[in-house]
Ligand binder design. Structure first.
Ligand code: GRF
Length: 197
């Protein structure tokens, strides 16, 4: 599920196409008709590429339920959020409990929310990064699967810092998905314990 440019989707597709990540993408859903992610998915020949318009539904619950029905029909196991900018309803999270993954452009639990990059910059931290995590009912609050750190430089603005973080995202997200598929993990409280390869 994606709302934006789709650069994370693109690197995940590359990792799958090159055989690095043994998975397949059954469906790409966007809430935004103009999302670059939709174009990337269509160009990659993904079977089902859907724009599901929130305006066609009465509320978030109805929208999420329609997305959930489409996902179930596709037979997908994992739901990978790649720049999906809508908060998921509790019902959706429960329906796919433990099967939704997100990437956030900050080192959680710091700077959760819609502007993790700008908030970290404004706070004045000297390192930031990205976090791949499971999705639960708390926004950016699920168990942490992987993190990567980048420096924050004195002359950074939001764009330059986000670009540096995205370079790491593009390495970390496919690598973590590969690990999920190949190794698997269990949860010990909030701790993700990877199975031995
Ligand atoms: C990424 O920075 C991700 O961390 C955040 O949204 C951005 C999506 O970028 N959740 P893209 O659409 O994958 O280029």
């Amino acid at each position: 599920m994606a709302s934006g440019r789709g650069s994370n989707l693109a690197v995940i597709l590359d990792a799958i196409a090159s055989g690095v990540c043994p998975a397949d993408i059954r469906m790409v859903i966007s809430d935004k008709a103009g999302a670059g992610a939709l174009t990337i998915a269509r160009q990659a020949g993904i079977n089902e590429v859907l724009h599901i318009n929130p305006k066609d539904y009465a509320d978030r619950a109805a929208y999420d339920s329609a997305c959930g029905d489409a996902i179930e029909r596709s037979g997908s196991h994992w739901i990978v959020l790649a720049g999906y900018m809508r908060i998921l309803s509790a019902a959706f999270v429960q329906r796919f409990a433990g099967r939704i993954i997100n990437i956030h452009p900050a080192l959680l639990p710091s700077f959760a929310g819609a502007d993790g990059v700008g908030d970290a910059l404004a706070y004045g931290v000297k390192v930031s990064g990205c976090t791949v995590h499971l999705v639960n009912e708390v926004v950016d609050g699920g168990a942490i699967l992987a993190q990567s750190v980048v420096p924050v430089l004195d002359d950074d603005d939001r764009e330059s810092l986000h670009a540096r973080i995205q370079q790491e995202e593009h390495r970390l997200y496919p690598a973590t998905l590969k690990r999920i598929v190949e190794e698997g993990f269990r949860l010990d409280g909030r701790r993700v314990i990877w199975h031995k390869p």
